[in-house]
Design a protein around this ligand. Structure first.
Ligand SMILES: Nc1ncnc2c1ncn2[C@@H]1O[C@H](COP(=O)(O)OP(=O)(O)OP(=O)(O)O)[C@@H](O)[C@H]1O
Ligand SMILES: [Mg+2]
Length: 714
């Protein structure tokens, strides 16, 4: 285990203290995620447990994949597929796939996403004759979600809060419908897993025995249901290790409860607590700025965080005329950084709200900079993809009415609204699924024409069901496309939009093929499971692209260069400082968000704000964010144009060379660059900061060594 040397003393202690409850409470970039990764590797290497005895929880699916990859690099010859490294949701879905029949669902349930949920809620409002003008669906949606996160069922609500009786009615009906559809929403996955454990002690015991070691990353953002899930599971072996940072708790609006981390020692008596104080990620300047900002929060455990890293460049501050100019500045600067060898994937553009992305998208396109918007326009939420998925869902679970109504007339089959209404009414009257009504269609008085149409729809679905049994996921999708004429109807249209849709479907088939390769049990059902869970974040592409994302989505990530944008009062912080007396807690959460944002940057942090911004199409005058003023002036350098013009300043600030293979680079070495390909070093500056490479394809380029991510290959 040579790699234990890659840990400092405190990290090593956290990795080696495998038995008993452990809390690692530490600031950003101090190696918490590394501790979890190495701890798993250590447990496996020491033979303390098999991969299937481990449950590790990460905040996103992407983080789970990365963690698995890293563990594989540290330990070899183990059956990794058995190891549970996933989000809470995915872990619960996996348990319910095997156990849901114990609580009145069937194991082939479907998972409804947020859109599905709102549609079902609309249905509930209709049925209960509630006016959506008077009661906001999104409000009720959030409320129900909050209840579930706190493990409060419909019949318990009135005990906990003084809530409108209609909301309780909606909650009850909503749950009833989901059960009829044999579906869970995201919150249900946790809620019902806990219900399962509480009502079936033998099943709980089975999983308690199985998971000898439990590890949770980003513990500060767990909600009550998640805490309780971990609590129940860990009661047998008590080997539960959680890592987190109270300063980075940013999901309270989704029910996350910071108490979980602050009271860990109370709940798990004898818990060991380890603090990590050394930051490995950021320059001294960036870390100091982050420390200064977070110091303004009153409700926090004070922490020390220091770094051995270089002073680094000052933090750049750009004051833009308006949001268009801000985006232009960011795009021009990025273009220049990339030309100087910074990999696009090492650049992050962060903003407070999703709506801000559009300006950056436009500007980056204009500068031909490749980018991806992380977390927005989710692939699996596009219409055509949802249509095909609805077919797959219906094939695996014909009681899924939501999917049935989605596609019964897609592509058009001439089944009119009045027929659909009639089917709905009948299914309610008889208390069966809509598909059952279709199967029994002869018993009801559909007119002849409609009857024929229903006939052919049912035989289509029945044929698909029968044939799909022996097919892989991608083959099943192709079968659906073929039999329904879905793709044909898109391709026959000449519009660009339809063409794009066809392209997206192609991508879905590729995604299915990848799924088949990577999974042990690549059934259609497992595929559906995995995509519904990953659609909350989208990052299937691994190409070289600049990342645009909200600060929330950036949690746990790191970039060489971070642009933190829209730093204006009323935007970031989203609450106004002067209203902060009552909104004190909200302002503190905004400040934690700002702390998360700043600490994503390794070498360079660029802050921007606009003096004018169009809000609902109208120009409004903006004031710069109070957070900017919380960073001492000595760390800040105002700049007045794109980073282009001051590239040499930038290079002067970057005197750190990361990669050992590059640190003793010499003229004549062969190197590889992410974008420019293979080349030969023909000049090196005395201070080893700059290098000129003769690339085979594009000729000479002058690069900043610490940014260029060159790999020596000869
Ligand atoms: N002992 C170490 N030696 C060298 N590099 C380290 C060490 N520990 C952590 N790092 C590096 O520091 C960076 C931050 O580590 P990591 O992401 O684990 O921190 P974290 O505490 O989880 O951060 P966050 O709070 O943002 O989630 C990573 O690039 C990691 O590889
Ligand atoms: Mg982390």
């Amino acid at each position: 285990m040579e790699w234990l040397k890659e840990l400092n003393e405190q990290q090593k202690e956290a990795v080696l203290s495998t038995e008993g409850p452990l809390l690692v409470l530490a600031g950003a970039g101090s190696g918490k995620t590394r501790v979890i990764t190495y701890r798993i590797a250590y447990i496996l290497s020491m033979g303390l447990a098999d991969p299937d005895n481990i449950l590790a929880i990460t905040f996103t699916n992407k983080a789970a994949d990365e963690m698995k990859e890293r563990i594989k690099k540290l330990v070899s010859t183990k059956s990794f597929a058995e190891m549970w490294v996933s989000t809470f949701h995915a872990a619960c879905a996996r348990i319910l796939r095997m156990e849901a029949h114990n609580i009145g669902f069937s194991n082939n349930f479907v998972i409804f996403d947020t859109q599905d949920r709102n549609q079902i809620l609309r249905e509930c409002f209709n049925k209960l004759n509630i006016d959506t003008e008077k009661l906001d669906i999104r409000y009720v949606s959030r409320l129900i979600s909050n209840y579930k996160n706190q493990l409060i069922g419909p019949s318990d609500v009135s005990r906990y809060s003084d809530v409108d009786a209609r909301i309780i009615e909606v909650y009850k009906l909503y749950n009833k419908l989901l059960k009829e559809y044999n579906a869970f929403d995201f919150d249900d996955l946790l809620y019902y897993t806990v219900v399962l454990f509480e009502t079936n002690p033998d099943i709980l015991e089975k999983y308690q025995n199985k998971f000898k070691y439990i590890l949770v990353d980003e513990y500060q953002d767990t909600n009550y249901a998640q805490f309780y899930f971990i609590y129940l599971l860990s009661q047998k072996h008590m080997n539960v290790c959680v890592v987190g940072d109270d300063d980075q708790s940013i999901y309270s609006f989704r029910g996350a409860n910071i108490k979980n981390i602050l009271e860990f020692e109370k709940v798990f008596s004898n818990a060991k607590v380890i603090k990590l104080e050394k930051n490995y990620r950021s320059t001294k300047t960036i870390l100091s700025a982050a420390n200064e900002v977070i110091k303004h929060n009153y409700y926090r455990k004070s922490k020390m965080l220091w770094t051995d890293n270089h002073e680094g460049e000052k933090i750049f501050l750009y004051s833009a005329f308006d949001e268009v100019n801000e985006a232009e500045f960011v795009a021009a600067s990025i273009k220049n950084l990339i030309e100087n060898g910074v990999l696009p994937s090492q650049i992050g553009v962060l903003y407070r709200t999703n709506a801000q992305s559009v300006n950056f998208e436009n500007a980056l396109s204009a500068y031909s900079v490749p980018y991806k918007v992380v977390g927005a326009l989710r692939f699996y939420e596009r219409k055509e993809i949802k249509d095909i998925i609805a077919y797959l869902r219906l094939i695996t679970n014909s009681h899924d009415d939501l999917s049935l109504f989605r596609i019964i007339n897609v592509p058009r089959r001439g089944i009119g609204n009045s027929t659909l209404e009639k089917i709905k009414v009948l299914s309610e009257e008889y208390g069966v699924s809509a598909y059952t009504i279709l199967l029994e269609r002869a018993k009801f008085d559909f007119d002849k024409k409609t009857y024929e149409k229903l006939n052919s729809f049912v035989s289509l679905i029945e044929d698909l069901k029968a044939e799909a049994e022996n097919l892989s996921v991608s083959q099943t999708i192709k079968l659906v496309l073929d039999r329904t004429g879905y793709l044909e109807s898109l391709l026959s249209s000449k519009s660009e939009e339809e063409f794009q849709r066809a392209k997206n479907i192609e991508q879905l088939i590729s995604a299915a093929a990848i799924f088949e390769e990577e999974n042990e049990e690549p059934t259609v059902q497992n595929f559906l499971n995995s995509i519904t869970l990953s659609s909350e974040e989208e990052d299937t592409q691994k190409e070289e692209k600049v990342s645009l994302m909200t600060v929330h989505a950036a949690k746990g990530l790191e970039f060489e260069v971070v642009f933190l944008t829209g730093l204006e009062e009323g935007l970031f912080p989203l609450v106004r400082a002067e209203e902060a007396l009552e909104a004190e807690k909200e302002l503190e959460e905004e400040r934690r968000l700002c702390y998360v944002a700043i600490t994503r940057a390794k070498k360079l942090l660029v802050l921007t704000y606009a003096n004018n911004r169009r809000v609902f199409g109208r120009f409004s005058f903006r004031q710069k964010s109070c957070f900017i003023d919380e960073i001492p002036q000595k760390y800040i350098q105002n700049i007045y144009g794109p980073i282009t013009k001051i590239c040499h300043t930038l290079s002067a600030g970057i005197n750190q060379v990361d990669d050992a293979s590059i640190s003793n680079l010499q003229v004549g070495n062969k190197v590889q660059h992410g974008k420019f390909g293979v080349g030969k070093v023909i000049w090196l500056s005395d201070d080893m900061k700059e290098v000129v490479v003769e690339f085979e394809e594009i000729g000479q380029k002058r690069l900043l060594l610490s940014y260029a991510n060159l790999k020596r290959i000869g």
